[in-house]
Unconditional design. Structure first.
Lengths: 619, 484, 123
């Protein structure tokens, strides 16, 4: 069946096409089309994974284009890494499809929603299966487009429409780097295929500086897509999209594509220690930066969004410090528990009639038992409590940071782990315990919504067991036939430290938000400036608006003014100087025709002058 | 070889198009001056397609007395231009159907004469022939730009176009006169054989000649700082004429820039390349930046397309500035031209449909287009995303190819400018897309029904944009064997 | 031929430019110097063949003037072309004859067009 792996993305594509044409007749039945397609993809992915475990990497390519001497291919391949990713993507996507059937039930455009979900699943699976980086880039843009469509799905909310545009454009800044990296890579190695690229790098055909430049350019793409500092600003805003979308795209799959990209190009990064350092530090800064914002935010989805950014930073940190398996392992476990948390949040939001402020919740534990339990499991998993999935993968990340030898990075990782536990349980205790503070009495949702939660909760518990000291199954699988260097394993003290930090964070949250032993404003009242800074997300949005957006528009306006006004002034000047000589040939006429003529001539002269300067005629 | 024993059959397509244009012209005035004449539109399309087929049959190599040349290059460009004009006429049929105060037959015959001029231009091997073709194209365009003669903006635009176009022609002639003065011949081929030695003796004059021609042609292809006419003329002209100007004039201009620069000035040794590479690189940079940034501030869809067209001209200059292998650069430009023709004409078909329906040409006429006509809204998005360069559209392949060729020629910074400015372009293209998908239609706008001609044009353009985006090999393999 | 020689040829151009400016300016200046100067209002009015001048000199002409003028120029140029053609027809042979006839036919079509569009009618 591994030869038929190409069918995996095709099923959702078919669903998309069907819904595009017949969606409006199917209405809410559209969900069945989507669910069926994803179920088929999932089953096939499982088969492919099983075959891949017992077999070899399979790849199939055809010639797509010939540019002069070089040929660009298209096709698909199944490697250990993407076999794992296929499972992650199809599982989460399938569960989100099921969940949305209830969540989006009342939306008149549910068929459109499912068609977009199908298109997204297709693009994401296509991205994962790509055998070369150009094909990856194509799907990479396509998932970005889907993200635009889905974030802006409720376009009648102006924030949603603005967030959609922001998400697309911000990630494209990273894509500039990625595309430049791609072209440089093609120039240096003559191919886009992963295998050829790595072979060329290993053979020393590319010089070290070039490798560093290329790796950093490619990493820039990952920074945009995985919302790393300083391009993280789009992800919190993207929460304006429907919650299942946040779970699928902005938690589990698309945002992880950046991490996946670094993973796929890992041999290239390994060849440049500078690039590795950049990756590690970007990851570390992002991790702690986003975690601090999550400490004070009160919007349930935005807390999770900042948490996602922070965890993605964790993955980058692991990759940057040599923890190839650790980073990707954390990617997998994070996909499960973060999707769980988002869908849990979705379930809560649905129950309290689309309120998202945790201060307006409270006491949900008694009213929504299943949602609360699964959410608790997710929170424990992300905090890193033994023996849930997050514990194992987080320990791997910490081990990589420790082995990397940079004590600064390790310290940041530990502090972030502490904060993670704290803000998750701040959220949990505020929203789920105490008394209900909203106005609509919430009730547990139907099975359609709780079953996906239960499945994800199960995965959040067990997914970590694939890579424990009892057997590093995932590590052996992922490193098959790959030389990614020594993979660090945590010792016992590290596990204890990690657990202690997690419990410490939970305990502090418990003391502040459940027990009330420490006043909630104990810190904020002492450090109001810091609190304000965090509440305003370090003023990053304002900074960008001031530094990038406004100047660009201003330059546009300025050039427009030149086009229209300044040259007119020159004409008047000519007119006035002519008057001095007693002539009045510059009698004012209507319109600006003379202006244009003058610009044409001035422009021509400018070019001639330029040419002579370049030629050195003027010295 | 003199004009007597030359192989005039090489000119068959031009002669046939000329005769057909005159026939349509005659039928028009014999059937009364006023009234709707859709049959003339259909005849014009057939005439153009017949000519395109003749061009294809007549492909191969040959010259007539060193003044007219038929090669792969000219064949390719002629087919692009003829198909482009045919599409413009299909769009015009809808426009003229809505505006029956416009003289219909003249509109079509002028288009055909313009097409004939463009064909002569790309086939010319002589500066005089080139100039005549250029003027035939330009004068027809001036008339077309002012076709709404009772509309202020249209007449104003046309006057500006005439005066500035005349200035540009003067620049070109002056540049040509330098070459003639030095060599005593107007034949491009003869000049190219002596250009290297001329350059050694008279670098100053040869460079002046290049620069003057560059300024003149720069006007036709609307590059900064010769772009000032474009927004006014684009806005004033009837929308199909705007489409014509932004596609046919521009691509024909590029063809001739290639012919003059790559044949005449590159010569056999390419000594002059060092002379212009930096100048054109700088012009391309400024053009991309100015075009894209000013487009950000526009609220009128036709002005937006004008500035976006300026930016696109900047992208097309990149392969001229950064030559890796000459034939490779030409291939890149031809591919992007094809892509550009279809994406732009597709977009203009929809712009014509929408603006003629609402009578306004600011963005708001696109509000909620998705609700009014989902197909048109999706197609428009594809065209705009293609112009911006999103993967899986032909625009991406075209841009990526330009990008790669620039990188191969070692001008990575230029490629970088191109990519950064394309990112900016996403912003304004998305502005239109947002209007279509994320705004409600205006209260009195009902479902929009597209006439057959527009639907056909949009479908063809959409198919090309997507097919060349997914399977660019189809076209690239075909272009690859272009020879001079 | 060196660069200098090439530019030497521009001396004639400069000479023409100089003469073009110098002659009228010189003639008028000279005239001004030698003629008696005794202006009075009637003398300063525009000379219009002895008829009392009326209105502004910058009037808008009827658009038909321009079209007729255009027509005139076109056929005037045609005549200029046809003279040498007719004289040399013997040497030009059939190719020359055909070329000339095509030229005339195209202009004939143009004439028919303007006729149909009532350009030749004054109102």
């Amino acid at each position: 069946m591994i030869q038929n792996a190409w069918l995996i993305p095709v099923f959702p594509l078919i669903a998309f096409i069907i819904l595009l044409f017949f969606g409006r007749f199917l209405k809410e039945k559209a969900s069945y089309v989507g669910i069926t397609a994803l179920a088929l993809s999932f089953i096939l992915s499982v088969i492919v994974l099983i075959e891949r475990i017992g077999g070899e990497t399979y790849s199939f390519v055809i010639e797509w284009l010939t540019f002069g001497e070089s040929t660009i291919t298209m096709g698909y391949e199944v490697t250990p890494l993407n076999a794992m990713m296929l499972i992650v993507v199809t599982v989460v996507s399938l569960l989100v499809h099921v969940f949305s059937k209830e969540y989006m039930r009342e939306d008149a455009r549910i068929h459109v929603f499912y068609s977009y979900l199908g298109l997204f699943s297709f693009s994401m699976l296509g991205l994962v299966l790509a055998p070369n980086i150009l094909q990856l880039f194509i799907f990479w843009e396509l998932v970005g487009l889907c993200s635009f469509l889905l974030v802006g799905f409720w376009y009648f909310k102006p924030e949603a429409a603005a967030a959609a545009k922001k998400a697309f454009l911000t990630t494209r800044i990273g894509d500039v780097g990625l595309l430049i990296g791609l072209v440089l890579l093609f120039n240096a190695t003559g191919s886009f295929d992963y295998a050829d690229i790595f072979a060329a790098v290993q053979a020393g055909l590319v010089n070290d500086t070039m490798i560093t430049i290329i790796a950093i350019c490619i990493f820039l793409g990952a920074v945009g897509k995985s919302a790393q500092f300083p391009l993280h600003v789009w992800l919190p805003d993207a929460m304006e999209g429907p919650t299942p979308v946040s779970a699928l795209i902005h938690a589990a799959t698309m945002v992880a594509a950046g991490v996946y990209l670094v993973g796929v190009m890992y041999p290239l990064f390994l060849a440049s220690s500078t690039a590795m350092t950049v990756v590690a530090y970007t990851g570390a800064i992002t991790a702690i930066f986003a975690a601090t914002i999550a400490l004070v935010n009160t919007d349930i989805k935005r807390i999770l969004a900042y948490s996602t950014i922070s965890q993605l930073g964790f993955m980058m940190l692991a990759l940057g410090t040599g923890g190839y398996v650790a980073g990707l392992f954390h990617l997998m476990t994070h996909a499960f528990f973060k999707a769980l948390l988002f869908l849990g949040a979705g379930s809560v939001i649905y129950a309290v009639h689309h309120r998202q402020d945790i201060r307006e919740m409270g006491g949900l534990w008694k009213r929504m038992k299943l949602t609360s339990i699964t959410f608790l499991i997710g929170a424990l998993a992300i905090a890193g409590i033994f023996p849930l999935a997050g514990f194992w993968s987080k320990e791997g990340v910490l081990a990589a940071a420790w082995e990397g030898g940079d004590i600064f990075l390790f310290t940041i990782a530990v502090i972030t782990a502490f904060m993670t536990a704290f803000y998750m349980f701040r959220l949990f205790f505020t929203a789920f315990t105490g008394t209900f503070r909203g106005d609509h009495e919430p009730h547990e949702n139907t099975k359609l919504m709780t079953i996906p939660l239960a499945v994800l909760a199960f995965l959040a518990i067990v997914a970590g067991f694939v890579n424990t000291p009892l057997g590093f199954v995932l590590e052996d699988f992922l490193t098959q036939g790959l030389n990614v260097g020594y993979q660090a394993h945590g010792e016992l003290w590290l596990a204890i430290l990690s657990l202690a930090v997690a419990i410490g964070g939970i305990a502090l949250a418990w003391a502040m938000y459940y027990k009330g032993a420490i006043a909630k404003d104990a810190f904020s009242s002492k450090l109001p400036a810091v609190h304000k800074l965090l509440l305003n997300k370090y003023y990053m949005d304002e900074l960008y608006a001031k530094v990038f957006v406004q100047p660009t528009v201003a330059i546009g306006k300025f050039l427009w003014d030149i086009d229209r006004n300044i040259v007119d002034g020159i004409v008047n000047l000519v007119g006035r100087s002519s008057k001095i000589t007693g002539r009045t040939f510059a009698k004012r006429h209507d319109g600006q025709l003379q202006t244009y003529g003058l610009v044409t001539i001035i422009g021509g002269l400018a070019i001639i002058a330029l040419a002579f300067v370049l030629r050195g005629y003027f010295g | 070889m003199s004009a007597y024993n030359a192989n005039w059959s090489l000119m068959t397509p031009e002669i046939v198009l000329g005769i057909l244009a005159l026939v349509i012209f005659t039928i028009d005035f014999m059937t009364g001056v006023k009234g709707k004449k859709p049959f003339l539109g259909r005849m014009s399309i057939i005439a153009l397609l017949v000519t395109a087929v003749l061009v294809y049959i007549n492909r191969g190599a040959g010259t007539i007395a060193d003044i007219f040349i038929v090669d792969h290059f000219s064949t390719m460009f002629k087919i692009i231009l003829l198909v482009g004009v045919a599409i413009v006429i299909a769009i015009s049929m809808h426009y003229l159907d809505k505006n029956d105060d416009v003289y219909q037959g003249e509109f079509y015959s002028l288009m055909l004469f313009a097409a004939l001029g463009a064909m002569l231009m790309v086939s010319s091997a002589d500066l005089i022939t080139l100039y005549i073709g250029l003027e035939l194209l330009s004068i027809s365009s001036y008339c077309l730009a002012g076709f709404k003669k009772h509309n202020r903006k249209s007449t104003e635009g046309a006057i500006k176009y005439v005066v500035l176009g005349g200035t540009a022609s003067a620049f070109i002639l002056y540049g040509m006169s330098f070459l003639y003065g030095l060599t005593g011949t107007t034949s491009i081929i003869d000049i190219s054989q002596v250009i290297s030695s001329l350059y050694v003796d008279y670098p100053f004059i040869v460079v002046m000649s290049i620069l003057f021609m560059l300024a003149g042609f720069g006007f036709k292809i609307s590059i900064v700082p010769f772009h000032m006419w474009a927004p006014d003329v684009y806005e004033g002209s009837p929308t199909p004429v705007t489409a014509f100007l932004s596609v046919v004039s521009k691509i024909a201009g590029f063809a001739i820039v290639l012919r003059v620069f790559f044949t005449t000035f590159l010569g056999s040794e390419g000594v002059l390349y060092d002379e212009w590479t930096w100048i054109i690189a700088i012009i391309a940079t400024v053009t991309m930046i100015v075009g894209n940034l000013i487009a950000l501030t526009q609220k009128n869809i036709k002005r937006l397309m004008a500035y976006s067209g300026v930016a696109q001209a900047g992208y097309l200059l990149v392969p001229i500035a950064a030559i890796f292998i000459p034939s490779y650069s030409i291939g890149v430009i031809i591919f992007y031209s094809i892509v550009y023709v279809f994406m732009t004409l597709g977009a203009f078909a929809i712009i014509t449909l929408v603006t003629e329906d609402s009578g306004r040409d600011d963005f708001s006429s696109f509000s909620g287009l998705y609700k009014r006509s989902p197909y048109m809204a999706i197609a428009m998005s594809v065209f705009l995303l293609g112009l911006a360069g999103l993967p899986l559209t032909a625009g991406f392949v075209g841009k990526a190819w330009i990008f790669i060729s620039a990188a191969q020629a070692g001008m990575l910074w230029l490629a970088g400018v191109m990519f950064v400015t394309s990112v900016i372009s996403f912003y304004y293209y998305f502005g239109v897309i947002k209007q279509m998908f994320m705004n409600e239609p205006n209260p009195n706008d009902v479902e929009l029904k597209a006439p057959l001609s527009i639907s056909v044009v949009v479908t063809i353009a959409l198919a090309v944009t997507i097919i060349l985006g997914v399977l660019p090999g189809l076209m690239i393999d075909w272009i690859a064997y272009i020879q001079w | 031929m060196g660069l200098g020689v090439y530019f030497d040829n521009y001396i004639f151009v400069l000479l023409f430019m100089f003469l073009g400016v110098a002659l009228p300016v010189g003639a008028l200046t000279f005239g001004r110097l030698v003629r008696p100067n005794n202006p009075y209002p009637t003398k300063l009015t525009t000379y219009e063949s002895g008829i009392e001048p009326t209105g502004d000199a910058q009037v808008r002409y009827h658009v038909a003037y321009y079209i007729v003028a255009l027509e005139f120029v076109i056929f005037d140029v045609e005549t200029v072309f046809l003279y040498p053609w007719a004289v040399a027809l013997g040497e030009l042979g059939w190719v020359g004859l055909n070329a000339g006839l095509i030229f005339i036919a195209i202009l004939g079509l143009g004439l028919a067009y303007s006729w149909k569009k009532k350009v030749l009618e004054w109102n």
